[in-house]
Design a protein around this ligand. Structure first.
Ligand SMILES: C=CC1=C(C)c2cc3[nH]c(cc4nc(cc5[nH]c(cc1n2)c(C)c5CCC(=O)O)C(CCC(=O)O)=C4C)c(C)c3C=C
Ligand SMILES: [Fe+2]
Ligand SMILES: [Fe+2]
Length: 337
């Protein structure tokens, strides 16, 4: 009997924090039609002509701040996660790790699976909440490659796991050491998305962003809405820690460009909280399963400094799922169920 293939895919990171590698990474990432979802000609002009040349040197500096002896934290933790999952699943399974952009590539991971004659492939994009730009892009890339094989094996995809019980418990476990009740406000800061992409994902055509708060409650109609799934994850973590509704805020970080992204923006929420006299904030980033540039730099350094300038005292990040055994159990559970 062949082994059952499991492909874990995270977003990707540059091969090094040097400008040429960051340029290569941003180019591949932002030329993805699901990320910068505008006509190909305009995307090429915008990405290759403006964003990549201007952004790469700045982004490289940021990557240098988080790069350590283990390299990029995102890749480092992803490798550990894959190794721990392989260890727990045992010989019956063959686990591969891939990154949607740069290395290890999805192509090489699937080539390895093909060479090992796996009898099936289960793909788990490592994004708790579904977005076309993340999960959708991974699914499309895998289908493009496997779709060309002469023998297409049984293949399945995890679409989202925003309400996974063990994921919720892991974030809560990680927060307990900070005593959440001692903070003035808890923030759930998710990666942002252009509002346009939220609307495009609404196949009903009449739900997302049609009324105030329509994307902040998860229902049968909007069950694939990124914003609604983010709000739901936050609600479940807050319930696990007995955080009252008024004590927490959901917000969205990492905006790129001038068009509207999903709101409220984390930077605006920081301003409001500072104006209310809040001094100490505890911040979860539950769109990420591993610490990365967006948690270690954007939240800890950038938002930390911004909040202090506004009169605040502390922004404390809750570590991501990283190598927490319960999170590994969560992945194993997704594979087995
Ligand atoms: C949660 C999943 C992610 C979604 C959805 C997502 C959408 C998205 N991102 C950009 C632009 C950038 N993102 C960048 C970094 C980055 N993004 C994610 C995850 C999602 N992005 C992660 C995990 C990371 C960090 C990777 C790491 O190496 O640590 C960057 C690069 C950094 C920078 O230059 O600011 C960009 C650019 C867009 C445009 C988008 C949706 C349209
Ligand atoms: Fe991103
Ligand atoms: Fe929505």
């Amino acid at each position: 009997m062949g082994k059952k293939g499991v492909l874990l895919v995270n977003l990707g990171t540059p091969d090094s924090p040097e400008v040429p590698d960051v340029r290569k990474y941003l180019d591949e990432f932002l030329m993805d039609e699901r990320v910068i979802d505008i006509p190909a000609f305009n995307r090429t002009l915008l990405v290759k002509g403006i964003i990549v040349p201007f952004r790469s040197p700045k982004t490289a500096k940021l990557y240098k701040e988080i790069w350590d002896e283990n390299g990029s934290p995102l890749l480092y933790y992803s490798k550990i996660q894959a190794a721990m999952v392989q260890e727990q699943l045992g010989d019956e399974y063959h686990v591969e790790l891939a990154m949607r952009y740069q290395s290890p590539s999805i192509q090489s991971a699937l080539d390895n699976m093909k060479a090992r004659l796996v009898e099936s492939i289960q793909v788990i994009p490592l994004f708790p909440q579904y977005a076309s730009a993340s999960t959708g892009s991974v699914i499309q890339k895998v289908m493009e490659i496997v779709g060309k094989w002469q023998t297409v094996p049984p293949i399945s995809f995890v679409n989202s796991f925003h309400d996974n019980k063990l994921l919720i418990e892991t974030f809560a476990d990680n927060a307990r050491k900070y005593d959440p009740s001692s903070y003035d406000q808890i923030l759930f800061s998710f990666h942002g998305l252009p509002e346009r992409q939220l609307k495009k994902c609404d196949h009903s055509g009449h739900h997302c962003l049609k009324s105030a708060d329509c994307c902040s409650t998860l229902t049968d109609v909007n069950k694939f809405c990124y914003s609604a799934q983010c709000h739901h994850t936050a609600k479940l973590i807050a319930a696990e820690l007995n955080i009252p509704d008024a004590q927490y805020s959901v917000c969205f970080q990492s905006r790129l460009g001038k068009e509207p992204w999903v709101q409220p923006y984390t930077s605006e929420v920081l301003k409001d909280l500072a104006a209310q006299g809040k001094k100490r904030l505890l911040v979860f980033c539950p769109a990420f399963v591993a610490d990365c540039l967006e948690t270690l730099y954007e939240v800890t350094v950038e938002y930390g400094e911004e909040f202090k300038k506004l009169g605040g005292e502390e922004v404390q990040l809750v570590s991501s799922l990283n190598d927490h055994p319960k999170w590994i159990e969560a992945i194993v559970g997704m594979v087995k169920n």
